[in-house]
Design a protein around this ligand. Structure first.
Ligand SMILES: Cc1cc2nc3c(=O)[nH]c(=O)nc-3n(C[C@H](O)[C@H](O)[C@H](O)COP(=O)(O)OP(=O)(O)OC[C@H]3O[C@@H](n4cnc5c(N)ncnc54)[C@H](O)[C@@H]3O)c2cc1C
Ligand code: SF4
Length: 330
């Protein structure tokens, strides 16, 4: 491993200032992704700035303001938080579907948002990869792409975003807050992750030198009736090959409010707004759920080996919305 410096930041202003001292500096949350990539030689920071002791470890809920989550809250603590489980169950389920207990104890909200893709070529320095080394090519398109994107990809990259947590955040209109030397800023999750286009190496709209300070989920009554379902190749300790975060407010058989976001199908969490529009105000039944999913997935452009995801996602949407409808009827 190459040599690098290490500093621990004790307040946000200090972390921002340290970041400004060295263009090769990187923030260290739980280290569960960054350190792995350093071992592989993909990340080569000259300075690690440990943010784990920043005073950003609170979770607060109020009916007026919704849920405010500090950036250093661990994935375990967030999943177990009683207000999260009660008001945003899909968020808790998404977190618990990720990684393992040990990893969740280390992983932080800020780090989870910024974890890198699990495309095997990205972490393999012997292979070209436009995301890791811009302009070198994308071997996944003609190679192993079974788990890759079907929506919103480009000829330059077909990798998926691996975070389960971010899918639930996208469904609930979460906003990411950050601090830079020029002051604070906010980005809705849908604008936080950028479309892949011809710059797959630029994944987010987070300004250079920014420290993520937290995430806010606005009040959303439908979120209390929500589910996260993840399909993976093993029962645990595996990334999604398809997932859905779904919330439903249904009264007298009519959909009043619905939230849908897909995971593992695009370079970012995929908010299924076409399906949401198709469902709102209509009947809550399997025919409508299937039609809405198909309308959303009409834009899918699968590669030879990942067409199965279109059927998988359609079935996931129908199954989870049906289950939420049955729960509402009890
Ligand atoms: C074996 C294994 C299985 C996994 N399975 C899953 C899974 O199924 N689902 C899933 O969602 N995830 C999974 N993960 C990924 C895991 O959830 C992430 O590694 C973790 O969430 C990253 O958080 P961290 O705090 O450790 O980030 P770090 O590794 O510390 O950092 C990741 C990135 O975030 C940046 N960063 C950290 N904090 C901040 C901040 N406050 N502001 C700005 N930038 C910041 C870092 O500089 C770095 O670029 C798995 C990981 C492993 C190793
Ligand atoms: S899909 Fe993206 S991350 Fe994977 S090899 Fe292609 S460019 Fe690299």
């Amino acid at each position: 491993m190459r040599e690098f410096g290490y500093e621990r930041a004790h307040d946000v202003a200090g972390a921002v200032a340290l970041l400004g001292t060295d263009p090769g500096a990187r923030l260290l949350g739980g280290g569960t992704n960054l350190v792995d990539l350093m071992k592989a030689g993909v990340e080569r920071p000259s300075l690690l700035i440990d943010v784990r002791e920043l005073p950003l470890d609170e979770v607060r809920f109020s009916p007026e303001d919704g849920l405010r989550i500090g950036a250093t809250v661990t994935n375990s603590d967030l999943a177990a938080h009683p207000e999260v489980r009660r008001h945003y169950p899909a968020l808790s389920q998404a977190l618990l579907a990720g990684a393992s207990g040990q990893l969740r104890n280390m992983a932080t909200v800020g780090g989870n948002l910024l974890q890198r893709t699990r495309c095997g070529y990205f972490a393999d320095l012997a292979k070209p990869c436009n995301k890791r080394a811009p302009g070198t090519g994308c071997p996944a398109r003609a190679g192993d792409h079974r788990n890759h994107a079907i929506l919103g990809a480009s000829e330059h990259c077909v990798a998926t975003h691996p975070s389960d947590m971010a899918v639930a955040l996208a469904a609930f209109d979460a906003v990411v807050s950050y601090e830079t030397a020029d002051g604070p800023g906010d980005l809705p999750v849908e604008e936080f992750y950028l479309p892949v286009g011809d710059t797959p190496h630029i994944e987010t709209a987070l300004p250079a030198g920014a420290v993520i300070t937290g995430v806010t989920l606005p009040p959303a009554p439908a979120a209390a009736h929500s589910r996260y379902r993840k399909v993976r190749e093993r029962a645990s300790y595996a990334f999604a090959i398809g997932s859905v975060a779904a919330a439903l407010d249904v009264r007298d058989g009519v959909v009043r409010d619905v939230r849908l976001a897909f995971g593992a199908v695009a370079s970012r969490p995929w908010r299924a707004r076409i399906a949401e529009r198709a469902l709102t105000g209509g009947p809550a039944d399997g025919t409508a759920f299937a039609a809405a999913a198909e309308a959303e997935l009409a834009a899918a452009r699968p590669l030879p080996e990942n067409g199965y995801k279109v059927t998988l996602m359609r079935n996931l949407v129908v199954a989870e919305l049906t289950r939420l409808t049955e729960e509402a009827a009890r």
